[in-house]
Write a protein that binds this ligand. Structure first.
Ligand code: TPP
Length: 615
């Protein structure tokens, strides 16, 4: 029996003799590499956090204490050692384990995660709840240096420091975000990493002097006084967090001691842990960015199984070409240069490319400043992460009707990342941004044409929303607001974006059933332009719209509103969409099927409408 097979909880980890800890870490690495090579997942971040997670479980009992993972993509070891080892092979698969912490999956997962930089705030909330309810548990947050580039983290740290609450923040510093970490935080951590002897000195100092309490107190006062005057402070201690570190994040013994010590201090403490992203797997150590989030791969060669071309890369290439002839075009990303295809732009136009770190709100405001001064900023950002910038969209862009282009990637279902990452709210929230134009390409050709139009032909702010992955069978280029793709008389099928493929497929199948469906594709969903749809509805009397977004604020309800206003009689309507918008993980095809949004679902919905009509 391996050591790993004996581990099912924090308590099992605590019982292990010290000499079994390193072999356990090796087993954990082998287990993850082998399993993730088949399921895909966030490999490099987890390989770097093995010792840290084991040490955390030596100190805390995660079934009772609250350990909050930031982003949560590095929580695999935690999952494996808290009873989910055998189901780890289902990671990110439909109906299987989530790739992020999920309290519904296990009581050991303290809080849901997926978006960066909120862990300190959440942990502080838990610490305050504990204190107010006179409960007895400890609270810790684990946050990466990349996540620390997000402003929300500093709001949390500042408030945590002022609170005086016993709370341990572990900074897992691997000098990497997905790509290299950027900005002032990266510089700050760089300077702190060069003081490795400090922590051992502190420990020795405390051990020696606590045996002589009076002397300890006196010396401590002198030391603190000297420290304040002679040592350069850092932003954490300056804020009022008790700073400990840097600690070697692959030395379990040291980690355990320091985390235990931090917990015992009973105040807000930040422990700075230095780790190597990808540790223990050659290819991931050499290319941590490539192995940050992977699909299936070959363990021996480190070769990733090809995921094919995609909208993101097409966007990067098109934008880069446009920028070749226009010095006003600026490319912006918030820590997602490869994911959004902006790496193509950055290679060609490094002087006009800005990676701001995980700071979506800042990116939106900065784009506003650039636009006000005559540049044409293009911010490529995932739909779910742009949620962070909603206020800035209104306050810093819309109120002055500034010309900023938002390339809203990962719009609609994203697949295995699941509920925190699906881009299912953007149609709703972008529709409420004053004077914004929202475009929805259904093919690469449409994306390219719309990007050009967004930069040169449209005033004010423009969002172009497109999905993860590549185009489908529909590859045409129809960019007028409404296009009649198929004539029919029984029912009006409306679609936009990638859903066009499912709807065209459904129309074909309905024809075989003797139902004549008219298909209208929308290229622009805001401002609304539904003339063609209204004309079609006057003919068919039936509306069936398929959208890969949440119901609130969906296009279907706006069409019905317009029909009511201009007295277009709709005898029957079905709005197919993702309901409340909380959608689990799985492949996009599986999820579309579950929500009745694939061609099968659309056909059944249409047949049901026809049946009702005949009764
Ligand atoms: C608000 C938000 N923006 C972007 C992302 C995408 N993202 C996931 S992990 C990550 C990098 C995090 O870096 P770090 O915290 O240092 O963790 P590491 O992977 O290096 O361990 C990014 C940018 C996100 N999860 N949330």
């Amino acid at each position: 029996m391996s050591i790993l097979e004996r581990i099912n909880s924090s308590n099992d980890i605590k019982k292990l003799p010290e000499e079994e800890l390193e072999p356990l870490c090796q087993e954990l690495r082998d287990y993850m590499i082998s399993s993730i090579s088949r399921t895909g997942g966030h490999l490099a971040s987890n390989l770097g956090a093995v010792e840290l997670t084991v040490a955390l479980h030596r100190v805390y009992d995660t079934s009772r204490d609250r350990v909050v993972f930031d982003v949560g993509h590095q929580s695999y070891v935690h999952k494996i050692i808290t009873g989910r080892r055998d189901s780890f092979c289902t990671l990110r698969q439909h109906g299987g384990l989530s790739g992020f912490p999920k309290p519904y999956e296990s009581e050991d997962d303290a809080f849901i995660a997926g978006h960066a930089s909120n862990s300190v705030s959440v942990a502080l909330g838990m610490a305050r709840a504990r204190t107010l309810s006179h409960a007895d548990y400890d609270v810790a947050a684990i946050i990466g240096d990349g996540a620390l580039s997000g402003g929300l983290a500093y709001e949390g740290l500042a408030n945590a420091a002022a609170s005086g609450e016993p709370l341990v923040v572990i900074l897992n510093d691997n000098n990497m975000s997905i790509n290299e970490n950027v900005g002032g935080t990266a510089h700050l951590l760089e300077s702190l990493r060069v003081r490795p002897g400090y922590i051992s000195f502190k420990r020795w100092y405390r051990d020696v002097f606590t045996k002589l309490p009076g002397l300890y107190k006196f010396n401590h006062a002198i030391k603190e006084w000297l420290k304040k005057r002679l040592l350069p402070g850092n932003v954490f201690s300056g804020m009022g967090m008790y700073y400990l570190g840097p600690v070697d994040g692959h030395d379990i013994g040291k980690l355990e001691t320091v985390i235990r010590w931090a917990r015992e201090l009973r105040k807000p403490v930040l422990v700075h842990v230095v780790t190597k992203k990808g540790k223990g797997y050659k290819y991931a150590e050499e290319h941590p960015e490539k192995f940050h989030g992977v699909g299936r791969f070959d363990i021996e060669t480190g070769e990733l199984h090809d995921s094919g071309d995609c909208f993101s890369a097409k966007m990067g290439e098109s934008l880069s070409r446009l920028a070749d002839n226009d010095g006003r075009i600026i490319g912006i990303t918030a820590a997602m240069s490869s994911g959004t295809g902006m790496d193509v732009f950055s290679a060609a136009h490094p002087d006009r490319f800005f990676d701001v770190g995980i700071a979506e709100g800042h990116a939106v405001s900065m784009a506003g400043g650039m636009a006000k001064q005559g540049m044409v900023p293009v911010f490529a950002v995932y739909s779910s992460f742009l949620q962070r910038g909603y206020d800035m969209l209104i306050h810093d862009i819309a109120l002055q009707n500034l010309h900023v282009v938002f390339c809203v990637d990962r719009a609609g279902l994203v697949g295995s990342d699941g509920e925190t990452h699906h881009g299912v709210f953007d149609v709703s929230y972008l529709s409420s941004v004053p004077d914004m134009t929202v475009l929805c390409p259904a093919s690469y050709a449409e994306l390219e044409t719309m990007l050009r139009a967004a930069i040169y032909d449209i005033n004010g702010s423009v969002a172009i929303r497109y999905p993860r992955g590549g185009e489908g069978k529909y590859t045409a280029c129809n960019t007028v607001p409404e296009t009649l793709l198929r004539e029919g008389r029984d029912v009006t099928l409306v679609c936009y974006g990638i859903m066009t493929n499912e709807v065209l497929d459904a129309a074909e199948r309905l024809a075989a059933e003797g139902i004549s469906a008219e298909v209208i594709k929308l290229s622009m969903i805001k401002p609304p332009d539904f003339d063609l749809v209204m004309r079609s509805l006057r003919k068919t009397g039936k509306l069936l719209i398929s959208e890969d977004v949440c119901e609130a604020g969906c296009v279907g309800s706006r069409i019905l509103e317009e029909a009511a206003i201009n007295e277009t009689h709709v005898r029957a309507a079905k709005l197919l969409n993702l309901g409340e918008g909380i959608v689990p993980h799985g492949t996009v095809a599986e999820l579309l099927h579950d929500f009745g949004l694939d061609a099968d679902g659309i056909v059944s919905a249409a047949m049901e409408m026809m049946d009702k009509d005949m009764k």
